[in-house]
Design a protein around this ligand. Structure first.
Ligand code: FAD
Length: 410
């Protein structure tokens, strides 16, 4: 069969190589002048290509449409993925949290391996060419029209990615192409993205380890995470914040702004209960009764946070430690264990590591990623309404959905 794959990213190259290996005539259309521009920047340039976990753990890390991915992930597991790349000659290593990277720490090695896999099996890649339209004949794909040519074909794979980091080429074309053919698109929004917060002036660059952060919206706890976070010029970021951002979609509008009153509650001392923390503060007061309240807090937290904490419990910065009343100490304990920052929304969609939303998966067959609406049309990777946490899970989604197409057409 003649197959046209739109997009030479993670899922497109995997699909093109596999289909060519299975004997199909494959053309890949890529709007950039080179393959895998997004893949190249993954994992801070090291490419966390998968996670060395079992299938169940993988599914636990999928945020949207976990069930839909079940068949694809059993068909191409993280272990299969590692074996695949090792066979292509890329040596891999497993780091903290079972994150898998190339031993070279170079994402370029993954891009090169995938490009070679596609080309050596006979796929052709047309760079600097953009797919504009998918033609159909009696409910079946018949051709792909680009800005330069028309490619008659029996199979079309949309592997255009999502809509975040648009400089990499993922600009939402996959949604437009699929929508034109009658697919519903779940409104795309950013996930794994910093959150915009108020009250962070003077905290930019401050990183907090071993804290617990909770998003509270409409007076309800939405989600909480323990680990590392950092303050930016306009809000908060870091591993636990990125994870939280993937879980707040239901409380945000299409532009990512919170529609309900929301705030981030940071427990600076999650390992201490209130009584233990109070006893610790009392000990500090007794040993340095003459220092200011602000100086007293330097023993408990990074200096930049002291004024923020004091402002939230109504204690003047210059009041002497020994003058802090029991009631004020109670409110100090509450502030240390629940420092509040009003949240206004998610950062801009282009800053998301992954897109939440995309082609509605109820119109896609989970076994082979074929459209239930148009025969011969397959949709893979981030263009689908699927997303996962950080840790190599999103690339594993790209790869396993691509392999589902390859298996079905082999
Ligand atoms: C900064 C950053 C770091 C990340 N790090 C990781 C990580 O370490 N591990 C992980 O698992 N995930 C990571 N991700 C997420 C991961 O990169 C994506 O989920 C994955 O690349 C999606 O693969 P894809 O094939 O669906 O889309 P993409 O890799 O985005 O590929 C889509 C391709 O389609 C092309 N295209 C689009 N429209 C057209 C058109 N009309 N015509 C022709 N070509 C077109 C694009 O140019 C692009 O090359 C990261 C993302 C970012 C932004």
């Amino acid at each position: 069969m003649k197959a046209v794959v739109i997009g030479a990213g993670a899922s497109g190259l995997m699909c093109a190589g596999g289909l060519a290996e299975a004997g199909h005539e494959v053309v890949v259309i890529e709007k950039n002048d080179r393959p895998g521009k997004k893949l190249f920047i993954t994992g801070k340039g090291r490419c966390n290509l998968t996670n060395a976990c079992d299938v169940r753990t993988f599914l636990d890390n999928v945020v949207t449409n976990r069930k839909f991915l079940t068949s694809a992930i059993y068909g191409f597991t993280p272990a299969d993925c590692m074996e695949f790349f090792e066979k292509l000659g890329v040596r891999l290593k497993v780091e903290r949290g079972d994150r898998v990277f190339p031993v070279s720490d170079k994402s370029g090695d993954i891009v090169k391996a995938l490009e070679k896999y596609a080309l050596s099996n006979g796929a052709e890649i047309r760079y600097c060419e953009s797919a504009k339209d998918i033609k159909c004949d009696q409910g079946r794909v018949s051709a792909v029209a680009t800005d330069k040519d028309v490619y008659p074909c029996d199979v079309v794979v949309i592997a255009c990615g999502g809509v975040t980091y648009p400089v990499t080429g993922s600009t939402g074309d996959g949604y437009r192409l699929a929508k034109k053919l009658g697919h519903r698109i779940v409104a795309p929004s950013a996930a794994l993205v910093p959150l915009l917060a108020k009250g962070v002036d003077g905290l930019q660059g401050l990183s907090l380890k071993n804290v617990s952060a909770e998003v509270v919206a409409d007076e309800k706890s939405v989600a909480s995470q323990f680990g590392e976070m950092l303050f930016t010029h306009n809000g908060v970021s870091g591993p636990i914040i990125l994870t939280l951002s993937s879980l707040v979609g239901a409380y945000c509008d299409e532009k990512g702004a919170f529609v309900k009153t929301a705030f981030l509650k940071v427990d600076l001392k999650p390992a201490l209960d209130r009584d233990t923390l109070d006893a610790r503060i009392l000990r500090e007061i007794n040993s340095t009764p003459k220092v200011s309240a602000k100086t007293l807090l330097y023993t408990l937290m990074p200096r930049a946070l002291a004024p923020v904490v004091l402002a939230q419990c109504d204690i003047r910065e210059d009041v002497k430690a020994c003058e802090i009343s029991k009631k004020q100490r109670e409110s100090l304990v509450s502030a240390v264990k629940g420092l509040k920052f009003p949240l206004t929304g998610k950062d801009k969609i282009e800053f998301g590591i992954v897109t939440q939303g995309g082609v509605d998966v109820s119109q896609i067959n989970p076994k082979d990623m074929q459209s239930r609406t148009v025969a011969g049309l397959y949709i893979v990777g981030e263009t689908l309404d699927v997303d996962a946490f950080t840790g190599g899970f999103n690339l594993q989604i790209a790869f396993c959905t691509a392999r589902a197409v390859v298996r079905a057409l082999s």
